[in-house]
Design a protein. Structure first.
Length: 341
């Protein structure tokens, strides 16, 4: 049994890594101008066949692919962490208003305070993400039944709608905010450079370390708060680390690529199914990194599809992820009969 589990785990890890490598190569090769894979490899090795290929690969597609890998991992990890902390299978930075809070704060920073650089508005993104999270959890806890999954989801939808309306009101009165909002409101990896990747990496790295450090405590908390406390877990400290990680991961990602809804919802469920198949069980020491690895697979797939099916224009990756995630969300609600709560 143990040898079979190790074999399945090795196969799973190999397949995920292979998928990431293949999708990264396709992301470098496909687009408005297709570049053969052999020319992509030559450009990556410093021997490009032409200046055009060198510019397309290094200036456009390498930053785009790196953003897909890093922000995808951040949003997938953030979604898995939120679901574990709240014990809510519907938790997601987009559904619970975290992304909307970060977006509104960024637009407000540009319109009111004149923030024009990443370091100028990323702090507003963190504050907006945190404020929206607190508001959603406060609203979701109202009533005798407490914070049920459906109440949190409904509170998240309400807060997201409110913040989206306020965001629209701000951008319609400020041209700079409108230009920024129009660029990333649908969630896109396009139009970024390697500097954007370098700027978000420190925030994502700290957020990832905080999130992964919560994994052992999350296993205990899954048995109930009383059991976790009896095992010596400091629940307040774990939740504080988790909220800080979600704030950093989501805020930094939204500040660069915009809000991508449903990515953090869908991927953790896929990760749980694959972990169950491999015999790993509901161990967050595997679920968190597996979610972080699978989310870029979905985001890069959506980005590649978006730039190939509508040539010479593009469909934003966030649109395609939402197109896939919406039916998944509805099916999940129906399966758990949450409409009756």
């Amino acid at each position: 049994m143990a040898s079979r589990r190790r074999l399945r785990t090795a196969v799973l890890v190999t397949l995920v890594v292979a998928l990431l490598v293949v999708l990264s190569l396709l992301s470098l090769a496909l687009g408005a101008l297709d570049v053969p894979l052999d020319q992509v490899v030559r450009a990556m090795l410093g021997r490009p066949p032409s200046r055009l290929v060198d510019n397309v690969v290094w200036s456009v597609r390498v930053p785009r692919t790196l953003l897909g890998l890093t922000t995808g991992a951040a949003l997938g990890l953030s979604g898995a962490l939120m679901q574990a902390l709240t014990r809510n299978p519907l938790a997601d930075p987009g559904i619970l208003g975290v992304s909307a809070g970060a977006s509104f704060a960024i637009v407000l920073a540009v319109a009111v305070f004149g923030a024009g650089s990443f370091y100028g508005y990323v702090w507003f993104a963190f504050a907006g993400a945190l404020a929206a999270s607190v508001l959603v959890f406060f609203l979701g806890r109202l009533g005798r039944s407490g914070a049920t999954p459906v109440k949190l989801a409904l509170a998240g939808v309400a807060v997201t709608s409110l913040l989206s309306s306020l965001t629209s009101a701000v951008v319609l009165t400020d041209q700079d905010a409108l230009d920024r909002y129009r660029f990333w409101s649908a969630g896109t990896l396009a139009g970024q450079d390697s500097g954007d990747v370098a700027r978000i990496l420190p925030f994502l790295a700290v957020g990832a370390v905080l999130a992964l450090s919560c994994a052992p405590a999350l296993n205990s908390m899954a048995l109930g708060d009383d059991v976790a406390a009896s095992l010596g877990r400091s629940l307040g400290a774990v939740r504080l680390r988790g909220v800080t990680a979600v704030m950093l991961l989501t805020g930094a990602s939204v500040a660069v690529i915009g809000p991508v809804v449903f990515l953090g919802l869908v991927v953790p469920h896929i990760a749980r199914a694959l972990a169950q198949y491999a015999g790993l069980g509901p161990d967050h020491r595997w679920l968190l990194p597996l979610s972080a690895a699978l989310a870029p697979v979905l985001l890069l797939s959506a980005d590649i599809l978006g730039r190939t099916v509508a040539r010479p224009t593009e469909i934003q990756a966030g649109v395609l992820v939402a197109f896939l995630g919406g039916p998944f969300f509805i099916a999940l609600v129906r399966r758990r009969k949450l409409a009756e709560v």
